[in-house]
Design a protein around this ligand. Sequence first.
Ligand SMILES: C[S@@+](CC[C@H](N)C(=O)[O-])C[C@H]1O[C@@H](n2cnc3c(N)ncnc32)[C@H](O)[C@@H]1O
Length: 413
Amino acid sequence: MPSLHWNGKQRRDPQPARLTLDSVIHPGGLGYPQEAGDLVESPSNRLYLGDNFVLMSSLLDEYEGKIDLIYVDPPFFTNRKFTARIGRGEDSRKPAEWQLAESYGDSWNNLDEYIQFLYDRLELMHRLLSPRGTLYLHLDWHASAYARLLLDEIFGPERLLNEIVWTYHGPSPIRSAFNRKHDTILSYTKSDAYTFNADAVRVPYDQTTVKTFASSLKAGFGKVPDLERGKVPEDWWYFPVVARLHNERTGYPTQKPEALLTRIVLASSNPGDLVADFFCGSGTTPLVAARHGRRFLACDATFRAIHTAKTRLVRQQAQPFALWADKEQPVGDTSPFNFQRVDRQVTLCSENAPAYWELDPHWDGLTFKSFAQAPLPLRSGDLLRSLPLPPRVGRVCIRVVTAEGQQSQIVLE
Ligand SMILES: C[S@@+](CC[C@H](N)C(=O)[O-])C[C@H]1O[C@@H](n2cnc3c(N)ncnc32)[C@H](O)[C@@H]1O
């Protein structure tokens, strides 16, 4: 079988690290323990902040062979640096309301380095997948041909399920070639007994097909399709890019549309299954997974990405989740904002406001247990200035994140 070779090709041993439980988030108080002081177990839905090679190595003990669906959208080998829009970054028609900030890098010394980076991680993903699991690897023309050979080597060429082409529109500066307006998503299964819920992703037949069958039932090579039930989609998909979806846009660069992830999650997992994304960026995969009753693991190397994912999950209020990190997170202990506690609520008194704040009504000095949260609403509306407290309260700790991504906390004694 042909295989891919590059300078420095090697099989890297896993490098597990001790992970730290930073916080447990109960969106809108959901699932918060009734009794003060009750131990909060870490929910099975998890966000991880850190390098995904270390993280996946650390997950092997608990999750080897247990993840039912992995979708990953790694850097594409564009040799670019991406910036995020912070503030009201989701609305490009109001440039006064956002500014640019550093996001993530996709710069490499050479192609060998990039291919080795993918190879290391795809091997771990293969180990983590359950016997009925599927991996979707989202890339574009820069590297998908190399990735296909890597996946053939790791999974076996017979495990290629689909080469999906996602097409979209958008402006382009290119005048010397056709505009590059599609991505390639390679899907590979762990075995031939994989999950594929065709009925969950059917779409209506085209009007021309409906008309053809209305005039002649024999048109389909002797088979009459069930026009009411719709058809299983082809392996080329059209969904608008997020730049055109103002209701979804978080300001995080290269954010993928929820519709794309919805099709993947519904087709290749069942309610209760475990869905993972180890390059989660703004958190589209965990968001869609939680919406459809799947459990999720999601990782990203940057605080900005994980914080964006966290606020999206908080806004959706679907399930409690935990935030883990591969090292202790720096949390400033002086806050530029003032808060006051009056009766059963805490109020932000400063005139200036952060981008996000939340409170733990029983701060134990170790794991932040978030009972109430105030994320900046997407598109319109102001940040909540008061949050409720539960009936019994201990030491109240308030965590604040600024638009620039600075996190700090203060304790109201
Ligand atoms: C293309 S973006 C993912 C966008 C995401 N699908 C979404 O809908 O927002 C790639 C992400 O991979 C992350 N990343 C790059 N290298 C990583 C690593 N070694 N470990 C974890 N995350 C990494 C980047 O920070 C970036 O957020």
